[in-house]
Design a protein around this ligand. Structure first.
Ligand SMILES: Cc1cc2nc3c(=O)[nH]c(=O)nc-3n(C[C@H](O)[C@H](O)[C@H](O)COP(=O)(O)OP(=O)(O)OC[C@H]3O[C@@H](n4cnc5c(N)ncnc54)[C@H](O)[C@@H]3O)c2cc1C
Length: 166
């Protein structure tokens, strides 16, 4: 059983959702047809604001042995963001800041919840080009990295542009 009070202490009471009616949109992604996963009944939706809070949530998850599923933009087509087991669903939606646009080094530092649309706009505003195009502007940076999504442009540019340090 997840200790909801501890989660509230970490992220603030407004960012822990326990009412199923308030998380309907989080119970699906873009997967279609007969393979749509069935959402679990006991899901706690948590919306951290930063890496420190995520770290504390994962520490608690390790101590209390509850599963955590990460939720990005929900545009994945494999059901990965759908909480099909009782768990804490960790939404990245508040990590939505572009921290730095470094044109000299052709780099952008963005939090996991920045959407693909916002990221490409920031690149274009700085006169840069961001090649991967996973097909949905609402996908988040973290989700695109997690899925190594590249879209049709991957044929020309590949999909390794996200890899830090390589
Ligand atoms: C119309 C359409 C076209 C598409 N075309 C392509 C295509 O051509 N090529 C392609 O590769 N993909 C394509 N996709 C799918 C693409 O993989 C997703 O759009 C995107 O990668 C998922 O990002 P998301 O933020 O929506 O992730 P979600 O759907 O929220 O999550 C996807 C998976 O990533 C995990 N995840 C999400 N965020 C994080 C994080 N911060 N840390 C760790 N794990 C995380 C989730 O737990 C889940 O397992 C398409 C999707 C749509 C809707």
């Amino acid at each position: 059983m997840v200790n909801v009070e501890k989660l509230r202490e970490i992220v603030g009471k407004d960012w822990v959702v326990t009412t199923p009616e308030q998380m309907v949109d989080y119970m699906q992604d873009a997967v279609m047809g007969a393979v749509i996963p069935k959402p679990a009944k006991n899901v706690i939706l948590v919306k951290p604001a930063n890496a420190q809070e995520i770290s504390e949530i994962l520490k608690l998850a390790n101590e209390e042995k509850f599963p955590v599923i990460v939720r990005g933009g929900g545009s994945g087509m494999a059901g990965g963001a759908v909480p099909n087991i009782d768990c804490v669903l960790l939404s990245m939606e508040r990590l939505d800041k572009i921290e730095e646009v470094d044109k000299a080094n052709l780099m952008i530092t963005a939090q996991a919840g920045v959407s693909y649309g916002e990221l490409t706009k920031a690149a274009e505003d700085a006169g840069m080009f961001f090649p991967p195009h996973p097909g949905d502007e609402g996908a988040y940076v973290g989700g695109v990295v997690a899925c190594n999504a590249g879209g049709a442009r991957a044929i020309k540019y590949g999909v390794q542009e996200f890899c830090q340090g390589c």
